[in-house]
Write a protein that binds this ligand. Structure first.
Ligand code: ATP
Ligand code: MG
Length: 245
């Protein structure tokens, strides 16, 4: 399908009118886009910055929320056509879809909000004083219990039909003493298998093994270990419940 077909009309207009450039937007520009899109009523500080997206703390009326903004243009993709913009809208759509799916399935993920172009809103994890820390930077009071809830959380995601393909102490936030899973961008749906079932499941299990190892390395700092094979086996049991293979 041609890229243009997906482009929101307003974006088309901005491109034609020269309002969109090829430089990364500055904070005020991103803030304006968030406000203009009606995702928030106030835009605050940037909470995090990853490979492809930035996350902003915002206010929607009285509520604190966050907005994840996929960056539109990166050097490698600069060209004469707005192809990057399009794919970033797609990425936001995919992540919000997976997040919604996980949330509806009862997994501990931020409640999904809305998407506008390359941005989407979701529940803010944290208090009015401080944002929930990444597991990597948190100080756990009861690491053993937390390890257990992390494994249970991964199982709950699988039960909702998703394997998080980028599990790490950077993509788990510690909120109200519990693990919350974020950054579902590359999550793998394991309930409805578009490609041959074993391909998708193998991919999911490989991702899970590598995530399990990352978490194992993390929990070692507390003298604990996470058995990756056991994690994979547990998740497989959950998936088996759906009789997908
Ligand atoms: N719902 C949320 N509540 C509070 N803070 C959040 C929330 N979502 C993300 N953050 C903060 O923003 C940071 C980046 O978020 P996330 O991991 O989703 O994006 P990313 O790593 O930039 O994405 P990508 O890897 O796709 O480029 C997180 O580490 C966290 O500190
Ligand atoms: Mg991340």
């Amino acid at each position: 399908m041609p890229n243009e077909a997906y482009l929101d009309q307003s974006v088309h207009w901005k491109i034609r009118s020269g309002q969109l450039g090829f430089a990364e937007p500055t904070h005020p520009e991103v803030a304006e886009a968030i406000l203009e899109g009606g995702l928030a009523t106030e835009v605050g500080q940037r909470l995090g910055s990853g490979k492809e997206a930035d996350v902003y703390l915002c206010r929607d009326g009285p509520r604190l929320i966050v907005v994840k903004v996929y960056r539109q243009y990166r050097t490698a993709h600069r060209g004469g056509r707005p192809i990057k913009l399009e794919s970033m809208g797609q990425r936001a759509l995919i992540e919000l879809d997976l997040l919604t799916y996980a949330w509806q399935g009862g997994a501990r993920v931020p409640a999904p909000g809305r998407r506008v172009e390359n941005m989407f809103s979701m529940q803010y994890l944290g208090t009015t004083e401080a944002v929930a820390p990444m597991l990597q930077h948190a100080r756990l009071e009861d690491p053993e219990a937390f390890l257990e809830s992390t494994v249970a959380g991964v199982e709950a995601l699988a039960e909702a039909g998703i394997v998080h393909s980028d599990l790490s102490p950077f993509n788990i936030l510690v909120h109200e003493g519990e693990p919350w899973f974020i950054d579902l961008a590359a999550g793998i749906r394991v309930d409805r298998l578009g490609s041959p079932a074993w391909v998708r499941l193998n991919e999911a299990m490989r991702a899970l093994e590598s995530g399990g190892r990352a978490l194992h390395r993390y929990f070692q700092r507390y003298g604990l270990s996470l058995d990756t094979a056991d994690l994979v086996a547990r998740v497989q049991t959950k998936i088996d419940l759906f009789r997908v293979h």
